[in-house]
Design a protein around this ligand. Structure first.
Ligand code: CP
Length: 357
């Protein structure tokens, strides 16, 4: 299945093929993604993807997120976006990303508008381009966007609304950079060892997962040397070995001595035809069970971006168990989203002040 732009949004063409295929993530594409998301000072002015950003830039995001916790580990309010208008445009369902963005925006003191896509004029045939230009005229400063088409956020940032900070809340199979960074913050805060010493396994539907792509990019940039992907062949993107990850089709071998296990949901909505046996077969072969957790390090962290299918990719007792940091991920998501919103707005202000602009 290739993901295409929805029919009412007729006048945009996205580099979908380029961006959905793992092996197409070339240096050239990385450069094209990096360029629009930083200003001439190297500061973020959009947040479109993790790929192409440096270790220092990722550490700066983590460090900024840390400033939003008080000494008791509680999130604080910080009015860094006072007077700014943030519009949330979710073209796909979401619980965690949408809500934590809204919480983050309000904690930063922004004016927040949640655009109801289902009741918008896109349903009357208005193009995405026209919709965005109209919202821009309503004095938006930041768009947070989730879209089924890979490349949608990049398209908005480069071709439609470059003067507005675009934050990618997940685009097709391509990227979910704030999820990637909240996963890194969670590992940073909870793991017993530094990134360079960790063994991290990502288990499940790697092929259709934007989270897997952002996690692998971020883990590599932060210096993790042992990244494993565990899945049946049908759920692995072709050529993934070239990304410096170790591939395991046998989960019991793959989880051995791991510091972090990241479970992924089977993306049924993105799978055109059955790629594997039924749920109970999948659980038997690839479920994160207590027995498999016991094969990892004694202080292993169990993570999952959600939504979870309990009893399919993860046992309930593991999801709610002593190793699970799944709800910490959600809480950390607020701090990471506060960080990228604040940094991108600052970078966008600098960009707007440039004489050539
Ligand atoms: N992790 C994640 O993206 O969850 P939602 O789809 O609920 O936002």
């Amino acid at each position: 299945m290739t993901d295409s732009i929805d029919t009412p949004m007729t006048d945009i063409t996205l580099p979908t093929e380029k961006l959905t295929r793992f092996h197409a993530t070339t240096a050239k594409l990385e450069a094209s993604l990096t360029k629009p998301q930083v200003n001439s000072n190297g500061h973020l002015r959009h947040f479109l993807g993790v790929e192409g950003l440096s270790r220092e830039q990722l550490i700066a995001i983590i460090a900024k997120a840390e400033t939003f916790f008080d000494s008791n580990g509680q999130l604080i309010n910080c009015p860094e976006l006072e007077g700014c208008t943030v519009m949330n445009l979710f073209f796909e369902p979401s619980t965690r990303t949408r809500t934590t963005f809204e919480v983050a925006e309000k904690r930063l003191g922004a004016n927040v508008l949640n655009i109801d896509i289902a009741r918008s004029s896109t349903k009357k045939g208005e193009s995405l381009r026209d919709m965005l230009w109209n919202l821009q005229a309503m004095t938006a400063d930041i768009f947070v966007v989730r879209h089924p088409a890979s490349g949608a956020a990049h398209f908005m940032a480069t071709e439609v609304t470059p003067n507005i900070a675009i934050i990618n809340g997940g685009d097709g199979w391509h990227a979910h950079p704030t999820q990637g960074m909240l996963d890194m913050l969670t590992i940073h805060r909870s793991a017993a060892r530094p990134f360079a010493e960790l063994s991290v396994a990502i288990i499940g539907d790697i092929k259709h997962s934007r989270v897997a792509r952002s996690d692998i990019n971020a883990l590599q940039t932060l210096g993790v040397k042992d990244i494993r992907v565990i899945a049946p062949r049908t759920l692995l993107p072709k050529g993934i070995e070239r990304f410096g990850v170790r591939v395991f089709e046998d989960i019991d071998a793959g989880v051995l001595d791991c510091d972090v296990l990241i479970g992924l949901r089977i993306q049924n909505e993105r799978i055109g035809s059955p790629l594997m046996a039924g749920s109970s077969e999948y659980y038997k072969s690839y479920g994160i069970t207590p027995e498999r957790v016991a094969k990892a390090k004694p202080d292993v962290l169990v993570m999952h971006p959600g939504p979870m299918n309990r009893g399919v990719e993860i046992a309930s007792s593991v999801a709610d168990g002593e190793h699970s940091v799944i709800l910490n991920q959600v809480n950390n998501g607020i701090a990471i989203r506060m960080a990228v919103l604040s940094m991108a707005m600052q970078g966008q202000r600098e960009f707007r002040r440039q004489p050539s602009h």
